[in-house]
Design a protein around this ligand. Structure first.
Ligand code: LLP
Length: 463
């Protein structure tokens, strides 16, 4: 369909239908620096560029859809976390947000450690040369093989998640003639979600060992008795996409309370605490995330204050940011396939990907932004819903957003802040191959995870 023949559709209904959106932005061509990777800008022709490469060239060379990741932004964010926490603390990047061998090398070079939560993530980390002593192994149901492999490799810590696992890890370590450094993950009764948190006595979820009812204290008692384990600390992770620091404050207070009880009962001062990840990022202009230095200052102050009050030596702190490092560094580049205006409602814009490359909207009702990136437009804003190509009506990428009213098939649009939990949660639903991860830096692009092919899909089908 030619651009001029494209029907006007519901641009500005007098009464807008129900949705997440507020008013259309003043300038649809503007790119809010909060939600886009650091080097993203528009060139003199109005085409968006990242790392000095324009999106039309990226689409031509690598195809769409594609995750496009800004390497200098990733490194800058990793370094900002490292610098903010200094040498008295450790930053473990949470690999579940997005992991590949290139990412492991960048983290290594920037002085970060790595949190892995499966054998596959561990294999990726080791194969890219991350020193094992800088790796932490997580998971609520690690297999015997995963535990054995981690201990043999010499991982810096295993985070114990249950009473069975305390015994299991101790036995495996002992049978290998090793003493494994471990932390115990506890649940402190804090549930944090985005702008609010709830402090409760109990937590109804699968991770960790509850502080409530003395279970965490009992876990410590058992771990301290086992020769195969060296208990180095307590771990707490309270949630994800959090903006409000008060949840961390309550968590730190409760973790330090346990350290004090351990000192009083066993005469042992555990040297480390880990406060997990969970710091929020901006998906839309409405989000206001904290900077790493503010987070580091707040967490260090809370722990120091609580330890002074409890007359404990301040333990070494570690944190595990995933989303806050990789999330903002990538966008997903799509080509518009069809544009379908529904009178009095909104315009459905179908792209060549969807819920297989970004499940977060369908799964969590997540909000995203979107922009036309292959050109600028002065057309009036059009209330749009960006949807994928899957056989499912819940296949929505961006629920409600304004795009220019002259949007047409062949235009490139991009959804920012898709670096975390998009490629790592991607699926092959409808046998749609997963998109590549393309890295841009210094005016050049390269593929770090290649596009899946139909041959890849068929290779697994051995029936
Ligand atoms: N540490 C532990 C023990 C975790 O369980 C997690 C995330 C992190 C660190 C990293 O959290 P982050 O800084 O990335 O928020 N798929 C969901 C998020 C699941 C997070 C699971 N654990 C999403 O797309 O929002």
């Amino acid at each position: 369909m030619s651009r001029s023949a494209h029907p006007a559709g519901p641009r500005h209904a007098d009464v807008l239908p129900e949705g997440h959106y507020s008013a259309p932005p003043a300038d649809l061509n503007a790119l809010d620096a909060k939600v886009w990777a650091q080097t993203v800008t528009r060139d003199e022709h109005g085409v968006v560029t990242v790392g000095g490469v324009d999106v039309k060239a990226l689409a031509e060379e690598h195809g769409t859809p594609a995750y496009v990741l800004d390497e200098s932004d990733f490194r800058a964010r990793a370094r900002a976390w490292r610098t903010a926490f200094g040498t008295d603390a450790d930053v473990f990047y949470a690999g579940k947000a997005f992991l590949s061998r290139a990412v492991v090398r960048w983290l290594h070079e920037e002085g970060l450690n790595l949190d892995v939560c499966s054998g596959g993530e561990l294999a990726t980390a080791l194969s890219a040369g991350m020193p094992a002593d800088r790796i932490a192994l997580h998971g609520n149901n690690k297999s015997t093989q995963e535990i054995e492999r981690a201990i043999r490799a010499g991982v810096g810590r295993i985070v114990l998640d249950s009473f069975q696992e305390i015994v299991r890890v101790a036995h495996i370590a002992q049978s290998l003639g090793k003493r494994q450094r471990v932390q115990i993950r506890i649940t402190v009764g804090v549930e944090a979600h985005t702008h609010e948190f709830i402090a409760t006595a109990h937590e109804d979820q699968k991770f960790g060992i509850p502080l409530a009812g003395g279970q965490a204290a009992e876990a410590v008692r058992r771990a301290l008795k086992l020769d195969g384990l060296e208990l180095i600390g307590i771990h707490s992770h309270i949630g994800s996409q959090i903006f409000d620091m008060s949840g961390f404050e309550v968590a730190a207070h409760r973790v330090v309370g346990l350290l004090k009880a351990i000192r009083d009962e066993h005469g042992v001062e555990l040297p480390e605490i880990d406060l997990g990840g969970g710091l929020g990022i901006a998906y839309t202009s409405a989000d206001d995330p904290r900077e790493p230095h503010e987070i580091a200052k707040a967490l260090t102050e809370i722990v120091t204050r609580e330890c002074e009050a409890a007359r404990l030596r301040t333990p070494r702190i570690s944190v595990e940011p995933g989303r806050a490092i990789v999330g903002p560094t990538a966008f997903t580049l799509y080509e518009v396939g069809t544009v379908k205006p529904l009178d009095g409602l909104r315009t459905y814009v179908s792209v060549d990907g969807g819920m297989s490359d970004n499940i977060r909207t369908a799964l969590y009702d997540a909000e995203y932004s979107v922009a036309l990136v292959s050109r600028t437009s002065e057309a009036a804003p059009m209330l749009s819903r960006v949807v994928g190509k899957h056989c499912e009506s819940g296949d929505i990428v961006v629920k409600d957003a304004f795009l220019p009213g002259d949007l047409a098939p062949g235009d490139l649009i991009a959804v920012p802040a898709t670096g975390a939990y998009c490629r790592s949660m991607a699926s092959n639903y409808n046998h749609v191959p997963r998109p590549p991860v393309v890295v841009v830096a210094d005016g050049a692009s390269r593929v770090i995870v290649r596009r899946e092919t139909e041959e890849d899909l068929l290779r697994l089908d051995v029936g």
